[in-house]
Ligand binder design. Structure first.
Ligand SMILES: Nc1ncnc2c1ncn2[C@@H]1O[C@H](COP(=O)(O)OP(=O)(O)OP(=O)(O)O)[C@@H](O)[C@H]1O
Length: 665
């Protein structure tokens, strides 16, 4: 095996950046490189030409300007003049090209990051600190010490010519004294190496601290974000926030600042070394001139070569910027590897995914356990559960019992850390997740609020059917949001964000209906498994009753998993599972669980009693309500737009009378 050239870590970022540029645009990178080389070499060529020009003056003056020596002088003069003009014009062009390439690099890395982070089927990598740190760089944190990759490209366009210029200057000095040339050829690269290593070290320190810096930035942004701005004013938190920002930022930056201190010593040592080499060089030049060992032209050339050799920038901001900003490039490029799903535990082999027909028989959890990455607590311990196809299952339990985790596993967003989920006897891990998800529609508890049009917000549930406007309207109608959308200023095209011209925000409950419509749109587009995680948590009691009243219609023929704290609805499903600390504590129909007299029966009765108390604020009917089955609809009711009269026979369950109702067949 041939040994590969090992790039020192300090230069790995710059090397990765240089390798990246042709991937972005071969043509621009080639022009940029050619421009840089010419810009770098020009000063040396000008120096030599100027030396020759000076050297040609005495002969031309002696023989006359029309003599061959005079014509030679004019030729040299024209040549040097042209070079000087080129020296003025080329650098701005090269730096404009570098700016464009830099912007391209930012965009390219953002696309790479987006693809890398979006590619894995699961979402575990989104809590990986390394992935998050690289993503923060891609987003270009304002308070971080790491620059954007575009800054590294701009710095490279400045630093690289300076390095090359100095190298050519040193190469010219070889002709004066070969060992002096070699000394220069070694001295500056050493200085650059040490300084780049130092900047890189501090850059890495800042990269590692970006989590803390992000916290500082989060605090800063709180003050200027609409949501928290209300509470900040109400509770007079601005002062507190400013002080907290200051402390967090300082504590995040302190190690970085401390890390910079050794730099002063390094700079002193390197400049000392370079000072000695300079002293020696100028001394030798003066001695050679004094003893007539050098002609006028040679003295002019070597003096300029020395000036160029000194141009070997190592200590300025551009060098620091290059190291800081380029240091992040390998991290971003490695996102793809880092974000890959971990090999899945258990018997299933990665890469063995097979097509997924819709489930036909049952979904089974077999001794399923889950521990989220980076935690040492099990969200699910050992869950055994069967969900027959075409039936409904409700999951109830205390906060943190593991209900949402159960459905996240069903969606393949995480893999069980032990046990397996089977679909018609096939391990879910063996099934192509993208195909499987076509069969599953979910309303998550923390559903997304897309700052897109109302139409997009609903059709994103099944983008391949986005053009089907009837389907979209039907989904909105089922979720009870159709009249509201049609009354928006731009109807379906209204952007659901007040930040856009003509856009609007919705109330929490209206947003929830939009999210429900999205889930129902996916169902109408063909999904056969419907998961509803607290689908009515933000709805008023009337809207909730309306949705639940239609629950059986909405879920007819589907395999439905419902997570809810509303027992009036939970009781309607075929089977109910009580989760407790990540384990199935009870399982059965409503009647069976009531007969059992355990946790479910206790929770059910507590809620029934609270609803039944006429003075209870949770009673939809209020203190004067005579019974539990009154109609809640009314002609002016904005909460139930266009819906049929809604009754809530189960919203006020009370004791044994409710137990007598038959569960859904
Ligand atoms: N992404 C995550 N990373 C780490 N721990 C998590 C994550 N999501 C949930 N947990 C933890 O897993 C446990 C179960 O959470 P889960 O959301 O499944 O509970 P839940 O029963 O749905 O609760 P709730 O009724 O409050 O919605 C909790 O202890 C929670 O802190």
């Amino acid at each position: 095996m041939s040994p590969r050239l090992r790039i020192p870590p300090a230069l790995a970022g710059t090397a990765a950046l240089v390798r990246l540029l042709p991937r972005i645009s071969r043509t621009r990178a080639a022009w940029g490189l050619a421009g840089l080389v010419v810009v770098s070499l020009l000063p040396t060529v000008v120096a030599v030409a100027t030396g020759l020009l000076i050297g040609a003056v005495p002969d031309a003056l002696r023989d006359g300007l029309s003599s061959p020596a005079g014509r030679h002088l004019f030729t040299l003069l024209g040549f040097t003049g042209a070079l000087v003009v080129l020296q003025q014009c080329l650098p701005p062009l090269v730096s404009a090209l570098a700016d464009t390439l830099g912007r391209d690099a930012d965009r390219f890395l953002q696309q790479e990051a987006l693809a890398a982070v979006g590619r894995p089927d699961r979402v575990d990598h989104l809590s990986d600190p390394g992935v998050l740190a690289a993503l923060r760089v891609v987003r270009g944190l304002g308070v971080a010490d790491n620059g954007r990759p575009s800054q590294a490209v701009a710095a490279l366009a400045y630093v690289l010519p300076a390095w090359l210029r100095a190298l050519t200057g040193a190469a010219v000095l070889l002709a004066f004294h070969w060992w002096l040339g070699l000394l220069w050829l070694a001295a500056w690269p050493l200085a650059v190496h040490f300084m780049q290593r130092e900047y890189f070290r501090v850059g890495e320190l800042a990269f590692g601290r970006s989590k803390a810096l992000e916290e500082a930035e989060y605090l800063r942004d709180l003050a200027v974000t609409a949501g928290p701005a209300k509470e900040l004013r109400l509770w007079g938190l601005l002062e507190w926030l400013t002080a907290r920002f200051e402390t967090t930022w300082r504590s995040a930056m302190e190690p970085v600042w401390r890390g910079r201190r050794p730099r002063a010593r390094l700079i002193a040592a390197t400049t000392g070394m370079l000072g000695a080499v300079n002293l020696l060089s100028y001394g030798l030049l003066a001695w050679a001139a004094a003893h007539h060992h050098l002609g006028l032209a040679a003295i002019a050339v070597y003096t300029q070569a020395l000036a160029l050799a000194n141009n070997y920038t190592a200590f300025d901001d551009q060098n620091a910027q290059l190291a800081f900003a380029a240091a992040a490039v390998p991290h971003v490029l490695a996102l793809g590897d880092r974000a890959e799903d971990d090999p899945q535990p258990g018997p299933a082999q990665p890469g063995s995914a097979r097509p997924a027909p819709p489930p036909a028989e049952a979904i089974r959890y077999r001794a399923v356990a889950l521990r989220y990455p980076g935690t040492d607590r099990s969200a699910l311990r050992r869950v055994d559960l069967t969900i027959p196809v075409g039936r409904s299952l409700a999951i109830v339990g205390d906060n943190g019992a593991g209900k949402s985790s159960l459905v996240k596993l069903l969606c393949g967003l995480h893999a069980p850390t032990a046990g397996r989920i089977e679909v018609d006897g096939r391990d879910l891990r063996d099934i192509d997740p993208r195909q499987w998800r076509r069969h599953v529609s979910v309303l998550f508890q923390d559903f997304a609020r897309y700052h897109l049009s109302a139409a997009d917000n609903i059709t994103l549930g099944a983008p391949h059917r986005a053009a089907d406007r009837d389907l979209m309207r039907a989904a909105a109608d089922s979720a009870g949001i159709l009249p509201l959308i049609e009354s928006l200023p731009h109807g379906w095209d209204t952007v659901l964000s007040p930040g856009y011209t003509g856009g609007t925000d919705l109330s929490g409950g209206q947003w929830q209906r939009v999210a429900l419509a999205r889930a129902l749109f996916a169902v109408q587009a063909g999904a056969r498994v419907l998961v509803l995680d607290e689908p009515t948590a933000a709805l008023d009691i009337r809207a909730e009753a309306e949705i639940y009243d239609r629950f059986l219609d909405l879920t007819a023929g589907l395999t439905t998993v419902l997570i809810s704290h509303r027992f009036s609805t939970v009781r309607r499903v075929d089977r109910i599972v009580v989760l407790d600390h990540g384990e199935v504590a009870e399982e059965g129909s409503h009647d069976e669980l009531m007969l059992l007299g355990g946790t479910y029966a206790r929770m059910f009765r507590i809620q029934a009693e609270r609803f039944a108390r006429p003075e209870s604020p949770e009673s939809p009917e209020g203190p004067d309500d005579p019974g539990s089955t009154d109609s809640l609809d009314g002609p002016d009711d904005p909460g139930s737009p266009g819906a049929a009269p809604v009754t809530v026979p189960d919203a006020v369950p009370a004791g044994d009378a409710l137990d007598a109702e038959a569960p859904r067949a």
